[in-house]
Design a protein. Structure first.
Lengths: 432, 446
């Protein structure tokens, strides 16, 4: 069985009158992949344990070459699916259809050599045609998963190449909302005709990742990696529970590593003082959460538990970290900012200014874009985030990184901007 | 200070409430408690009673579910004998066998459990779990699950009032995370007849000094509680006996400090020592380190004085001519040159002073107080002013008021003030031979 540990990084000392407590809680799992692997090595995964749906864009814009590449990618993903896992392949354009399994077999079939062969042949028949309405694809995926309510680990891969034009933004939003909690979805955009914020919205709501695939030929490797990652996740139904004392205000709960994800609005009430935040499935990994609590100030020398952060599986707490507050008039204690809190706060700001800068640039507000991206260059430079600096250089010319003086690059490619946008939420892990 | 990441497994242990007062407690809102307090000697066999709070835990428990105390250690210590409630008279207990985890391990006991706290003899388990601050939550992992407040650590604020004429307060102060001061007092009922006041101040650089200081204070008091031998009956013979007793008390305290930590630790615990014994209105005082004994007579014409002197860098500087204020606020003012502990210097003979009391206050205190009022005359004025503002002047209320004073000044260190109110030689049966002025006989002076 998987083991979870939780540790907290914070400076618990608050100055006289101080109210805000920030802490990074690191949750680490071990043995989760082993759980998945042992099930796999037993020959057959228990058909009740996992289900996968692959959603492939077959809109007209994909073209013959695109659809063929997507088909190869789907086959690569199928090769990674462990025998016994339930699976289904959906093609999507203006509407969504199940490509495999065949209608008489139901919505999902267990993976085997036979079904994998049938699925591969079904994929050969895909043709590019029609528009893009991702809401209908997600809705079908949800309906497929609903046929197996006993399956706890449900995962989908969504591939798109274009803007969601076949339906209103509201209907896409409604479809996404109906899928929250029903399954996890990793999203990939191919080429430069899709909108990062639109697809990120889907991935974020469905606890998945978003990334850019520059060319169709690169899809197969990406799908293979995504599916392998999904297969290694042995623990589902997990959530983060955050308790704060009576009278306190929970300012926010964010996942800050491996990617930035604001969880604050996903709170479900456990009891008046405790909220739960879904964290999806886990393999052997470590994730960091930033918790900020506002407390009524107490007198010097007093101590208070500011938050109790628990990681729970199926409602049972398996790991816990305590976030504390101690009021002190010792400046050497209270002025120190925890390095992890500082680093992730900086990375969160970096992500925000990159996204805002690119949005301003797209809207033609060049001065705003220059200011925001200048600040991004400054932050990336100050924190030694070379990867982000390299990506920023493709979009702006840097005059002075220290002061954040930049000029928007003439003729920056759309794909570079998009790759900067998708990479903005990936954080580098703070080491202790 | 370094920050130690906390995991779910290691939480500070709540500790028993020092002053259980059923009248001020909110009724328990919880379901029936998990155990019947104080009756678990009759509890079914497969249970392990917590020696700290009395909760019956499942037999396989390693830690008490109610207060987090280590049950394995306790069970081993008990070696089969049924766990008894701690003695309520406050006699030496547990301090000689310190409950400290091996070095490198965090023990729930580190946080504040330093042996039985006298007044916490038997506290109902359900009260242990109810938050004292909001009265609504229950204590889980050392904090209230409603308002987040930890239960009070009895080690942070100790009050002793053995008789009407002797009392003291030992307080954590405002700045330190732990109370490393300790105090142990005893007194006979008849005013001026016999009292023992011991104060030890743990050295904050060392490991577990809060355990060491309490062990030292209790060990010293156990020695000093024995009446001094009168020899041939002369005052000189008595003084010699008193000096031997104090020297022996320091030696016992030193052993208790050395034994306070089981394993060798890089920073063995250490502490100061200051004690005063009153026997038939004669005071004998002794100290090692920078905790002090003051004699503060009421009569203005009689000088107030510090009995003995500090073993400190500041004292050495003053001896070399540096003014007191400058010496005591200098960069190494709080470095002490002698202390008790495993790495103590060889010569631990206390600075000894004998005084025949008139009407006045005998004070034993730690530097948490005298940091803010060092000079004896100023301290006498402070005490008189403080007492004048009190409706009810007892040694304990005055000590508390002086602790409040130090806290108002900043409370930079732990604060201990122990006081004895003396009426003077009138009631004494022995012949008055010593003068009112202190007579210091200090073997270490060479």
């Amino acid at each position: 069985m998987a083991d979870f540990t939780a540790e907290v990084f914070q400076n618990e000392f608050l100055p006289d009158g101080g109210t805000d407590v920030h802490a990074i809680v690191r949750v680490t799992s071990s043995g989760a992949s082993a759980t998945a692997a042992s099930a796999a090595s037993a020959g057959l995964t228990d058909p009740g344990s996992a289900a996968e749906v692959i959603l492939i864009d077959t809109s007209g814009s994909m073209g013959r070459r695109g659809v063929q590449a997507a088909g190869e990618a789907a086959k690569a993903a199928l090769a990674e699916i462990v025998d016994g896992t339930l699976f289904s392949i959906v093609s999507g354009n203006g509407t969504a259809q199940i490509v495999y399994p065949y209608s008489h077999q139901g919505a999902l079939v267990p993976m085997s050599a036979h079904t994998r062969g049938e699925a591969n042949r079904a994929i050969e028949g895909l043709r590019a045609n029609g528009g893009t309405a991702m809401g209908t694809w997600l809705t079908l995926a949800r309906q497929i998963f609903e046929t197996v309510p006993y399956v706890t680990k449900r995962h989908a891969i969504l591939l798109t190449d274009g803007v969601n034009e076949g339906e209103t933004p509201a209907s896409l939003q409604a479809a996404v909302a109906s899928c929250v909690g029903a399954f996890q979805c990793d999203c990939r955009g191919v080429g430069d005709q899709w909108r990062v914020d639109e697809v990120r919205g889907i991935a974020s709501a469905l606890l998945g990742t978003v990334d850019l695939i520059p060319a169709p030929e690169e899809m197969a490797a990406e799908f293979e990696a995504m599916m392998r990652a999904s297969m290694s996740r042995g623990v589902a139904n997990s959530e983060l529970r955050v308790w704060v004392p009576q009278g306190a205000e929970l300012l926010f709960v964010k996942q800050v590593s491996p990617t930035l994800e604001d969880l604050t609005s996903r709170r479900t009430v456990v009891n008046p003082l405790t909220g739960a935040y879904p964290t999806g499935a886990w393999s052997d990994e470590s994730r960091d959460y930033h918790v900020a609590v506002r407390l009524p100030a107490r007198t010097l020398g007093q101590e208070q538990l500011a938050a109790r952060v628990q990681f729970s599986l199926g409602g049972d707490p398996v790991a816990q970290a305590l976030v504390k507050a101690k009021w002190s008039n010792d400046d050497s204690l209270t002025t120190r900012i925890d390095p992890a809190v500082a680093a992730y706060t900086g990375q969160a700001e970096l992500a925000t200014v990159i996204q805002e800068g690119l949005a301003a640039k797209a809207a033609g507000q060049d001065d705003v874009a220059t200011a925001k991206l200048g600040r991004a260059v400054q932050l990336a430079d100050a924190t030694g985030n070379d990867e982000m600096t390299t990506r920023l250089k493709k979009v702006v010319d840097i005059d002075d990184a220290d002061t954040g003086t930049v000029r928007l690059k003439k003729g920056a490619s759309k794909i570079d901007e998009m790759s900067l946008d998708t990479a903005s939420t990936k954080t580098s892990r703070v080491r202790r | 200070m370094t920050y130690i990441p906390t995991t779910g497994a290691a939480h500070p242990a709540p500790v028993p409430d020092p002053n259980p007062d059923p009248a001020t407690r909110a009724p328990s809102t919880s379901e029936p408690a998990t155990s019947e307090p104080a009756t678990s000697a009759q509890a079914p066999a497969p249970s392990r009673e917590c020696p700290a709070c009395g909760t019956a835990n499942p037999a396989e428990s390693s830690f008490c579910e109610a207060c987090g105390a280590d049950l394995v250690v306790a069970a081993r210590a008990a070696t089969g004998t049924p766990p008894a409630a701690p003695p309520s008279d406050g006699t030496v207990l547990a301090s000689a066998t310190p409950l400290t985890a091996p070095a490198g391990e965090e023990s729930p006991l580190d946080v504040g459990w330093t042996g039985a706290v006298p007044s916490s003899a038997v506290v109902p388990a359900e009260d242990e779990l109810t938050c004292h601050a909001c009265g609504q939550g229950r204590i889980v992992d050392g904090y209230c699950d409603h308002c987040g407040t930890p239960p009070p650590n009895p080690r942070d604020h100790l009050v002793e009032s053995p008789t009407a004429w002797v009392g003291g307060v030992c307080d954590i102060g405002r700045r330190h995370a732990r109370n490393e001061d300790a105090m142990s007092l005893s007194a006979a009922e008849a005013p001026g007849s016999r009292a023992v006041l011991v104060v030890c101040d743990g050295v904050s650089m060392a490991t577990d000094s809060h355990i060491a200081s309490l062990a030292a204070a209790k060990a010293a008091r156990a020695v000093l509680d024995q009446p001094f031998p009168r020899g041939v009956g002369t005052p000189d013979a008595w003084a010699a006996g008193a000096a031997r007793a104090l020297t022996s008390a320091v030696a016992q305290a030193n052993e208790a400090v050395a034994a306070a930590v089981v394993e060798d630790v890089p920073n063995p615990p250490s502490c100061t020592f200051a004690a005063a014994v009153v026997e038939d209105d004669v005071i004998v005082a002794g100290n090692v380190g920078d905790s002090r004994v003051y004699w503060l007579p009421d009569a203005a014409e009689e000088p107030a004085s510090q009995l003995g002197r500090d073993d400190s860098f500041a004292q050495e500087q003053m001896a070399a001519g540096v003014p007191r204020l400058e010496a005591e606020t200098g960069p190494h003012a709080h470095s002490i040159t002698r202390w008790l502990g495993r790495d103590a210097p060889d010569n631990l003979t206390p600075h000894l002073t004998t005084v025949t009391a008139t009407a006045g206050w005998l004070m034993v205190c730690s530097d948490g107080l005298w940091n803010y009022c060092s000079e004896a005359e100023a301290l006498r004025s402070l005490l008189h002013d403080t007492a004048a503002r009190l409706d009810d002047v007892t040694p304990t209320t005055v000590a508390q008021a002086l602790v409040d004073f130090a806290n108002e000044q900043g409370g930079r260190d732990n604060i201990t003030v122990a006081l004895a109110r003396l009426a003077g030689r009138g009631s004494s049966t022995t012949e008055a031979t010593a003068s009112a002025a202190p007579v210091e006989g200090d073997p270490t002076d060479g």
